[in-house]
Design a protein around this ligand. Structure first.
Ligand code: 48N
Length: 321
């Protein structure tokens, strides 16, 4: 485990900077018009009887968005936990951490505009999602209905699982999702024994990250955090990002590379091996298959959910020390 003292020494020194904005940005202090809310029943069939929206000035819309966003950016510039990748594993991790530690600030960085990763369909373009037992325990905790088929369960549409998980994660007041935002590097610190630990992430708008080769230097932003969870999926345009960066930083020798499909082998391995790969960086989900050379499991998602459960446990070990 990483030396928590060093992490928290640094964090304590930065506490003052990380105090949330105490300025006019306080979104709750805005003058609010007294337009009365109505129920849907009151609206029904009123379209020709004086129906109109409450008045608005365009700048109010802009300020309603930007004040909240930049308040969040300031607030989460010092986070307790950063989760990279809002796929099924990253969101499962966030759900477990959001429930267990409402006192911790958790930032989720998702490169795509649409979070959820590969969990909007069950496999190929089929809707139903399969999870092998005991992953049904996660679905029950989440409140997602399923058909019980004995050794496995089936959610009628993968989007029902992912949208329910996403809505629960986004409802936690201590969790902020920054989507359309890519992690394009890691913040590192040297421990007293010369080893490296991860101390946050380097971010940019994904559209900017995709155009570093054809635009002048567009420097990134940063988020400091004593622990990062990377769940960026198996290799692909953005996948396996953090483990590939660990290789290029010579923190791990090489990637094992994801192996062929073997459900029974793959799912046990991914859950059991979810861990802190280097101090300060926990890796879970299919990104892990790239580190260890684990098999892939294809169209079954129980390991993503339970890898998220395990990743949350690994993170909490650091905070509970
Ligand atoms: O859904 P994924 O790709 O990753 P996991 O590990 O959450 O779930 C994997 C699962 O969908 C499978 O692949 C299934 C089980 N199939 C297995 C098989 O054998 O084929 O989500 C990763 C997320 C995506 O939303 C990416 O956009 C995002 O991570 N991401 C990033 N976000 C921010 N910065 C980055 N550098 C980055 N790279 C990827």
């Amino acid at each position: 485990m990483s030396p928590p003292v060093a992490m928290f020494e640094e964090r304590r020194s930065s506490e003052v900077d990380s105090a949330p904005l105490k300025s006019s940005f306080d979104v709750k202090s805005f003058p609010v018009r007294s337009s009365k809310s109505k129920t849907l029943d009151e609206l029904a069939d009123q379209w020709e009887n004086g129906f109109t929206f409450a008045p608005i000035r365009e700048s109010q819309v802009s300020r309603a968005m930007t004040r909240r966003y930049f308040n969040d950016l300031d607030n989460y510039a010092e986070s307790d936990i950063v989760i990279v990748g809002a796929g099924s594993c990253g969101l499962s991790t966030a759900y477990m951490l959001g429930k267990a530690r409402p006192d911790l600030k958790i930032a989720i960085i998702e490169a795509s505009v649409s979070p959820g990763g590969g969990a909007w369909l069950g496999g190929q373009l089929f809707s139903a999602m399969v999870m092998r037992k005991p992953a049904d325990a996660f679905l029950t905790d989440l409140g997602v209905p399923f058909d019980d088929e004995g050794d496995f369960v089936v959610v009628k549409h993968a989007a029902l699982f992912t949208s329910t998980l996403l809505s629960k994660v986004l409802s936690f007041p201590n969790i902020k999702l920054f989507n359309a935002t890519a992690v394009e590097d890691l913040i590192t610190r040297q421990n007293s024994d010369g080893t490296l630990r991860i101390a946050g992430v380097v971010t940019n708008w994904t559209l900017v990250t995709m155009h570093h080769d054809d635009q002048s230097c567009m420097d990134p932003n940063t988020i400091n955090a004593p622990i990062v969870v990377s769940t960026t999926g198996h290799d692909g345009p953005f996948g396996a990002f953090c483990v590939k960066r660990l290789v290029s930083m010579q923190q791990i020798e090489k990637l094992g590379g994801m192996r062929g499909l073997d459900m029974n082998t793959a799912e046990d391995a991914i859950v059991k091996r979810t861990r802190e790969v280097v101090p300060g960086l926990v890796v879970g989900g299919m990104e892990l298959s790239e580190v260890d050379g684990a098999n892939r499991m294809g169209p079954t998602f129980g390991a993503m959910a339970l890898s998220g459960v395990k990743a949350a446990e690994e993170v909490l070990k650091v905070f509970d020390e």
